[in-house]
Design a protein around this ligand. Structure first.
Ligand SMILES: [Zn+2]
Length: 364
């Protein structure tokens, strides 16, 4: 069985180590072509390959070196597979700090949460192959395949490919809906189904600049490394988003969809669109990497569409009027068409527009 692969960026601080491996033949250039990447692919020597494992959420062990790789930025199966293969994996005891970030929970108490993050980071990490920051649902089925590890060079940047054996999830019996999805922070994902049904996942707590400042102030007051505290807060938000996306969206999709339509994202789009809307790392990774890769593995068609005006156009068939929603409408999350009076949830309206735009490209 061909392993599924996932690609992550490598921190530039590792460049001198990697160049040394190339020089002394531990890394060998190959003619391999990896889908979705246009860079030179390097294979690791058997000696290096046998050492590849996760050191912590932000580092990979290779040989005697620790290189900066955001391990935590993988979907749940892949993440938990490599952690379970890594006996010396370090993680602070932070799993209980994920739930408070889900907006369906009680009111978010920032002061208390921040104090708990500081406590957790100040304490000794837990060492062992335990993926603490993921839910239970997916965790036991995948397997990390070290032999599929590759390094990829693009100009001065290096990327890492990791390989996994993942079980198929698709239940093909009697389903075959086309879904349109809109992503945001609250809810994280809104899904429109053919035939006007819809559902939404929960959302995650919005971090204001004040919360980030408060994290720094509290870290300094406690004498704890500020960088580590902020990184841990990001990791926790990422883990909360991953849990919602995997369990609230990808599990149902695996059972029901024959095609999924989503907004096409590119870097130009990020500056303009994503940053402004405060969409964050997990959502970006989800749209650009997890979703297309998962759907491909499950044999579900992925249809990216033009993201422009999806939240302003009226989704009522025959209308399509381009609206200028008021701040009040956005605040209460209700879309009202200025032309035909059609009214519905603002995210469901966007998801429906995305679905309609993609439908002509869905294979019979
Ligand atoms: Zn209308």
């Amino acid at each position: 069985m061909q392993p599924q692969t996932y690609i992550l960026p490598i921190d530039r601080s590792a460049n001198p180590v990697i160049e040394r491996w190339v020089k002394d033949g531990q890394l060998r250039a190959t003619d391999e072509q990896l889908p979705g990447t246009n860079g030179r692919v390097y294979a690791l020597s058997p000696a290096l390959l046998s050492t590849v494992c996760a050191a912590d959420d932000f580092h990979l062990n290779v040989g005697r070196e620790r290189i900066g790789v955001p391990i935590y930025r993988m979907p749940e199966w892949e993440y938990s597979s490599i952690v379970r293969a890594s006996d010396t994996f370090h993680q602070h005891r932070i799993a209980h700090l994920i739930q408070p970030l889900l907006v369906s929970q009680q009111v978010f108490q920032a002061d208390r949460w921040i104090a708990n993050v500081i406590d957790a980071v100040a304490g000794a990490p837990l060492v062992g192959p335990q993926p603490l920051t993921v839910g239970e649902q997916w965790s036991d089925d995948g397997r990390f395949v070290p032999e599929a590890t590759r390094l990829i060079r693009r100009h001065a940047f290096w990327m890492l490919q990791l390989g996994f054996e993942l079980p198929p999830t698709r239940d093909l019996d009697g389903h075959g809906l086309v879904l349109g999805i809109d992503v945001g922070l609250r809810p994280l994902v809104t899904v429109a189904l053919e035939g006007d049904g819809s559902w939404a996942t929960g959302g995650i707590v919005r971090f204001t600049p004040a919360i980030w400042r408060q994290l720094s102030v509290a870290a300094i007051a406690a004498g704890v490394d500020t960088v580590l505290v902020k990184r841990t807060a990001r990791l926790l938000r990422y883990s909360a988003a991953r849990e919602l996306i995997e369990e609230g969206f990808l599990v149902p999709v695996a059972q029901t969809a024959r095609a999924v339509v989503a907004e096409r994202l590119n870097y130009a789009g990020f500056e303009r669109h994503i940053v402004r809307q405060m969409r964050e790392e997990a959502i970006r990774d989800f749209l650009t990497a997890w979703l297309p890769q998962r759907l491909h593995a499950w044999g579900i068609q992925f249809v990216p569409t033009d993201p422009a005006f999806t939240s302003r156009d009226c989704s009522r068939i025959g209308c399509n009027h381009r609206n200028h929603p008021s701040e009040e409408e956005e605040r209460i999350e209700i879309f009202v068409c200025e032309l035909c009076g059609h009214s519905m949830n603002i995210h469901a309206n966007a998801a429906l527009n995305i679905l309609r735009r993609g439908l002509p490209e869905v294979r019979g």
